[in-house]
Design a protein around this ligand. Structure first.
Ligand code: AHR
Length: 327
């Protein structure tokens, strides 16, 4: 090869390398990738319930569909794992961090780290109780207080004509989590006007089927009369149904059950008369999250609070909806 040809080849090589470096964006001012492709770091709570599995699938499917690179982490219901995941997303310089906080408190330090690294944070599904609202750009998810209120309103109507005490046991979600706190307070608010409603026992079942069963077994042993079970999610209600049946009682008849989520397994139980009322909590947040994250990356203004539309289901409505239920 002549000297000229070698020089030309070297120049072409340098140009190609330069373009490659540009398209991978290694040189942008804030150190982030600038290839135009959106990268989201998502710190999920865990895989504790049917609802959560549907939520994870919705987010992963939506990311694929939207051409978004998703870095996904499962915290196994532990806050320290979520904090580690967020720190790792900061180090990896993702464009947007999204997460569903396992509990409400204790996020300020790590969220400040994200803010200092100029990485916007979107809360999905669950909220944080931080006073500093600049630590996240938006919160997409349900109104859990409203869900608890809907469960309580149903109970008030159901027992409108009853005169004696109505003894209620409550299976609470994960201690310190937004849905456990809010579903409890919304429900309490709805029933507080009538002293015949008595919450005789209330304990966490951590949103899982196994714990729901275990705690219901304890309730059945310690409480001489249980009229109603209020479960903060369907998985705990389904676990409790097993405990009630094993104790020789009929769920839905001997003990009325009101629950939250609206997953397929609960609809099946409703079609068998085992759950009396279900308040919907929609896990299919993926598409909305991708849209929101794209806007945030583009610097567009977004709503600070985006509430999910949700309904309620009687056994008849659940039976009719069952064949087309997605999750
Ligand atoms: O945060 C949503 C709640 O978390 C769902 O009701 C429950 O099933 C899940 O584990």
């Amino acid at each position: 090869m002549s000297k000229r040809a070698v020089a030309a080849a070297a120049l072409a090589g340098a140009l190609v390398l330069g373009l490659t470096a540009c398209s991978s964006g290694s040189g942008s001012a804030d150190g982030k990738k600038s290839d135009g492709k959106l990268t989201i770091g998502f710190a999920q709570v865990g895989a504790e319930s049917g609802w959560r599995t549907a939520n994870t699938k919705s987010i992963q499917d939506a990311a694929k569909k939207a051409g978004v690179t998703l870095k996904f982490s499962d915290a196994q219901q532990k806050q320290e794992n979520q904090i580690k995941a967020i720190r790792s997303f900061i180090q990896q310089k993702v464009d947007v961090i999204a997460f569903s906080p396992v509990v409400e408190s204790g996020w300020d330090t790590v969220l400040k780290e994200a803010k200092n690294a100029h990485i916007p944070v979107i809360l999905t599904d669950r909220a944080v109780d931080s006073k500093d609202e600049s630590l996240y750009v938006s919160f997409l998810g349900s109104d859990f207080v409203e869900e608890g209120k809907k469960a309580g309103d149903w109970l008030v109507k159901e027992y409108a004509a009853a005169s004696g005490d109505v003894n209620i046991v409550q299976l609470e979600g994960t201690t310190g989590s937004a849905p456990a706190n809010d579903r409890k307070s919304g429900f309490a608010d709805a029933i507080k006007g009538d002293p015949k409603f008595k919450v005789v026992a209330s304990q966490t079942g951590d949103f899982t089927r196994a714990k729901g069963k275990e705690v219901m077994q304890a309730f059945l042993k310690s409480q001489p009369k249980i009229d109603v079970l209020y479960a903060h999610n369907d998985d705990m209600a389904l676990g409790a149904i097993q405990a009630i049946e094993e104790a020789g009682k009929k769920p839905g008849t001997d003990i009325k059950i009101v629950s939250v989520d609206g997953v397929k397994d609960a609809f099946t139980a409703m079609s068998q008369g085992k759950i009396n009322f279900d308040v919907e909590c929609n896990p299919l947040l993926g598409d909305q999250l991708m849209e929101l994250a794209k806007k945030v990356k583009a610097g567009e203004s977004v709503e600070r609070r985006i509430k999910t539309e949700e309904g309620t289901f009687t056994p008849e409505q659940a039976t009719a909806a069952l064949p087309n239920r997605q999750y």
